[in-house]
Design a protein around this ligand. Structure first.
Ligand code: ZN
Ligand code: ZN
Length: 84
C-alpha cells in the first residue's frame, strides 16, 4: 500500500507541473512586473534591456531617470518598442 501512496504523490506532482506549463503557455510571463498587467505597449531600455509597459516606464522616468526594476540610469530616449 505504501507504493500506491507514493504513486499518488507523484501523479499529483505531475498534475501540478502540467498546470504550471499551461500557465506559461497562456502567456502569463508577458506581464509587466510593475503594474502586474499584460503589456499593451511593451518598451525596452537599451541600458538594461528590461521590458515594462510604456505607461510604467514613463511614470517612473517622470519621477526619476531610473529603471523601475534594476535602477539603471535610463532616459526616455533609451526606450525602444518591442514586439513580443
Ligand atoms: Zn506596467
Ligand atoms: Zn532595468
Amino acid at each position: 500500500m505504501c507504493k500506491d501512496s507514493n504513486l499518488t504523490t507523484l501523479e499529483a506532482l505531475k498534475c501540478r507541473i502540467r498546470d504550471l506549463e499551461k500557465q506559461l503557455s497562456r502567456g502569463d510571463r508577458y506581464k509587466c512586473l510593475i503594474c502586474m498587467d499584460c503589456y499593451t505597449i511593451p518598451l525596452t531600455s537599451i541600458q538594461c534591456w528590461h521590458v515594462h509597459c510604456e505607461e510604467c516606464w514613463l511614470r517612473t522616468l517622470g519621477a526619476k531617470k531610473l529603471c523601475p526594476q534594476c535602477n539603471t540610469i535610463t532616459s526616455p530616449g533609451d526606450l525602444r518598442r518591442v514586439y513580443l
